[in-house]
Design a binder for this molecule. Sequence first.
Ligand code: G3D
Ligand code: MG
Length: 182
Amino acid sequence: MFESSDTMKMKICLVGEGAVGKTSLIRKYVLDEFDDRYISTLGAKITKKELMFEYPDNGGELRIDMTIWDIMGEKGFRELLKEAYFHGAQGVLAVCDVTRKNTLPELESWIAAIETVTGKIPIRFLANKADLKDQLTFTESELREMSAKYQSAYLFTSAKTGDNVDKAFIEIADAIAKRKVA
Ligand code: G3D
Ligand code: MG
């Protein structure tokens, strides 16, 4: 049950290989609210977004203060800084690029790194650059298998067209909110 004036803070991390589209997805989602703070020592960029959810069944509205962490793709940094990156993260958007096959299996090591810090948390797999689906290098069933392995779900997204971008952030926020009240 939510009180009508509740605010829930959420930390969401985007992970995945370089150039899969993490930064572009965040920009597309946040639009004008883009916050350019850059923590150079961490190699992570933090953006804030506020959203309101209505849960009629719970008789309430929920304000969500979302903090989105854009993790740079260098693996060397990941091992060194994973505590700093992932501490307190409540959800992951695991991003791969439909035009580069290895970006999907690479997500397993990203998820392993985050889970050693946070334990199990909600994950959504995003197969980005879906506007280039004619260059698809893995099958939808490979994507489905990967997400099933983590009891998760996947979406084809495009930061270019905006396809499923809002949905990705809303779904992960919803999964986090439901998990918190459960
Ligand atoms: P990263 O933050 O994961 O490293 P970026 O990735 O957001 O920097 O994106 C890497 C490149 O992919 C960028 O191109 C960006 O424009 C492109 N890109 C990101 N998302 C999409 C998408 O959905 N569709 C297409 N077609 N391109 C996308 P450049 O050329 O600037 O390097
Ligand atoms: Mg980036």
